[in-house]
Design a protein around this ligand. Structure first.
Ligand code: UD1
Length: 430
């Protein structure tokens, strides 16, 4: 089994190049099948969730050609089926975007119910509500969501909860619907804007993405385009907290600092110095982090996908912090793992009360999900001695070369596959 072997104690120091945003790329790739023309998508992260989505697209006849590690050419002119049930797709949440894309283009889609990280109940009622409002019938049978429509007609859709996935999915389906669609209480995340920008570059007519009202005027057809995915704010934020927790000095490069504002605001409260330039942010942490309180919220609030990373950092802060998770209902599972390192965190419902401790000790841990897995790695980087983090398949869903990038910043971390390789790592690092 693959795991990360880590010897903690080194501050992270240096520069790290941030890749394309996984969650934006998932929406963009689904949108790319809505035309019969060729699309070229660049700055794609080479991570498991993306590769699974590409495989699923290939399984229905989409021709996917990787021209280099981060660029694909997509030709969906020969789609031969509208049923996506290959076993991998069930593991990723964003499989649902194929529903919106295929429904928009072919007025029919059958996609296996989505999986994804087990971070709480992850409903799809808002997606279904949106498709129904556009005139589709939607039913769930034999583990498949089946959406069908004679025609799709624009509609006024109010989202009861702010949902990234439902907002993007309704944008996809309505881009080729007849007439106007208005999505109220839409998600404002940068990846919603990125998918809208890509669709517009394909000839769609979408206005207001990035605000809470998105207006889509359906067009008859979409054309091919060339597009570069925005940088991954969560990957960037993870390395920024990596600087804070190890008392290091890290510059994240190829980022959009505006997308990182909620993260930089918290890091400043925690006593870090921040330097911003056009496409980079430097985090200098010369002392123990200060405690703070944080509540996860839809963008531009503090992202739920950064909650484990700030929490592990606060586990070492001076004083008591309160972290409230308001998006998902089961996102503190990593706390039990962190406790093995000597943290002092009490979880009550959706709130974690974190008493900062002076140090964390090395331990053998298991990644419970993608972001929590990355956060546990950060915790291990602070602990003297050797630690391991198991189940890194979760981390690899969303981080490209996480270990390589951390090594570039001076960390002692290696991916090992056996007890023997672990011993070799220990002997090498000493
Ligand atoms: C996306 C991201 C995920 C991130 C999350 C919140 C992708 C592939 N994943 O997930 O990394 O953590 O946004 O920023 O982009 N909800 C409903 N009904 C629905 C849909 C959602 O009640 O039909 C609720 C969810 O239970 C949750 C909240 O809405 O409480 C937000 O979920 P949503 O924004 O939809 O998350 P995802 O799109 O699944």
């Amino acid at each position: 089994m693959e795991q990360y072997a880590i010897k903690g104690g080194n501050p992270l120091v240096g520069e790290v190049e941030i890749g394309g945003a996984k969650n934006a790329a998932l929406g963009v790739l689904a949108a790319a099948i809505m035309t019969d023309d060729m699309n070229i998508v660049d700055n794609l992260p080479d991570v498991r969730d993306i590769n699974v989505l590409l495989q699923a697209m290939e399984s229905i006849g989409v021709v996917v050609q990787r021209t280099d590690r981060h660029t694909v050419k997509i030709n969906a002119s020969m789609i031969s089926g509208l049923v996506i049930e290959n076993e991998y797709i069930k593991k990723i949440r964003a499989s649902y975007y194929l529903l919106g894309a295929l429904l928009g283009k072919y007025k029919h889609a059958e996609v296996a119910l989505p999986g994804g990280c087990n971070i709480g109940s992850r409903k799809i009622d808002l997606h279904i509500k949106g498709f129904k409002a556009l005139g589709a019938t939607v039913k769930i049978e034999h583990g498949l969501i089946i959406a069908d429509a004679k025609e799709l007609k624009g509609a006024h859709i109010y989202m009861d909860t702010v949902s990234v996935g439902a907002t993007i999915n309704i944008m996809l389906a309505s881009a080729l619907a007849e007439g106007k669609t208005v999505i109220e209480n839409a998600a404002k995340e940068p990846h919603v804007v990125d998918v809208a920008n890509f669709l517009n570059s394909m000839g769609a007519n979408i206005k207001g993405a990035g605000t809470d009202v998105i207006r889509i005027t359906g067009v008859k057809r979409l054309n091919g385009s060339e597009y570069s995915i925005i940088p991954d704010q969560i990957e960037a934020g993870t390395f920024m907290f990596g600087a804070a927790i190890t008392r290091g000095d890290v510059t994240v490069k190829n980022v959009i600092p505006k997308h990182l504002e909620s993260t930089t605001a918290k890091l400043i409260e925690m006593g870090c110095q921040i330097e911003e330039s056009d496409d980079a942010v430097r985090v200098v942490a010369s002392r123990r982090p200060e405690c703070t309180h944080v509540k996860t919220l839809p963008y531009p609030g503090f992202p739920t996908d950064m909650q484990p990373q700030i929490s592990v950092t606060l586990a070492l802060a001076n004083g008591t912090s309160i972290v409230t998770e308001s998006i998902f209902d089961n996102r503190f599972k990593y706390v039990d793992e962190l406790a093995k390192m000597g943290s002092n965190i009490k979880v009550e419902g959706n709130t974690a009360i974190i008493e900062g401790v002076d140090k964390l000790t090395s331990a053998d841990l298991t990644a419970p999900d993608l972001r929590a897995g990355a956060a546990l790695v950060l915790a291990c980087l602070t602990a003297e001695g050797f630690s391991t983090v198991d189940d890194i398949k979760y981390i690899e869903r969303g981080y490209e070369d996480f270990d390589v990038k951390l090594r570039g910043l001076g960390a002692h971390i290696e991916k090992v596959e056996s007890e023997r390789e672990l011993m070799k790592f220990k002997l090498k690092i000493g």
